[in-house]
Design a protein around this ligand. Structure first.
Ligand code: HEM
Length: 224
């Protein structure tokens, strides 16, 4: 049953968006590919392919950021200490050598995901915020679990090449950073209808991530 309007209206937006995407978070977390990869059942080639997909996603998020810098809705979220493209490129050089980029193409679901981010960046800054939240707040949270597992499973140096994507050198206190990020969400300067659309876009962002995992799962099935 939906919460009464008065409750929904008084619930901080950061709580609303987290609660609304909770179920899909569990789904993404428990996807076959993620479980197999983090369960140590897949080789480092799967981790590399996954990291390549992230590069397309973060390029979409970060190459469009400059055009949103002065936007009143999306602008406040654009913090340079979050930027991941350079870290992903270092990880990919480590994983694939200096030519990692030659011939690299996104999986179909990744191409769709990146295209949707770019579309939001161009046409709908509040929708871009939904994508920004879904990735960066996740990286600052569960990303840390993924890093630990990747280091253990494939022998990367702690916080070193291969897992730099998960290391936010410029964020000294992730808990405080997340608190401030949630305050920005709570102060999002849009009306309730638009907030609901942002929640829906967040759900779409989770679905796009799950679709990438499905594509990856098809490429890396566990041999029976
Ligand atoms: C194996 C994979 C994953 C693990 C182990 C994981 C784990 C976690 C954990 C432990 C938290 C902290 C929850 C809290 O503070 O209450 C979290 C938060 C979050 N995760 Fe994940 N996660 C995974 C995958 C994902 C994926 C694929 C996405 C979406 C792209 C995602 C997006 C988020 C977001 C947006 C948050 C922040 C929620 C909030 O505080 O508002 N996670 N995750």
């Amino acid at each position: 049953m939906d919460a009464p309007a008065s409750t929904a209206a008084s619930t901080p937006f950061s709580t609303l968006i987290r609660t609304a995407s909770h179920e899909q978070h569990t789904e993404a977390e428990n996807s076959t590919f993620m479980s197999d990869m983090l369960g140590g059942r897949l080789g480092v080639d799967a981790y590399r392919r996954y990291t390549e997909q992230l590069w397309f996603v973060y390029r979409a998020l970060e190459s469009t950021a400059e055009s949103l810098a002065d936007d009143p809705v999306a602008g406040p979220f654009l913090r340079p200490e979050l930027a991941r493209t350079a870290e992903l490129e270092r990880d990919l050089t480590h994983l694939g050598g200096p030519d990692w980029r030659s011939g690299l193409t996104p999986l179909p679901a990744t191409a769709q995901y990146a295209a949707r981010i770019e579309e939001c960046a161009r046409e709908w800054p509040a929708g871009y915020v939904a994508h920004h939240y879904t990735r960066y707040l996740g990286d600052l949270s569960g990303g840390q679990i993924i890093r630990g597992t990747a280091e253990k499973t494939w022998g990367f140096a702690r916080k070193g090449d291969g897992v730099r994507f998960y290391v936010f050198e410029a964020i000294g206190n992730p808990a405080a950073f997340k608190r401030e990020y949630r305050e920005l969400l709570d102060a999002l300067p849009v009306d309730d209808l638009e907030k609901q659309r942002v929640v829906d876009e967040c759900k779409r962002a989770f679905a796009l991530n799950t679709a990438v995992f499905q594509d990856l799962g098809r490429e890396f099935p566990l041999s029976a």
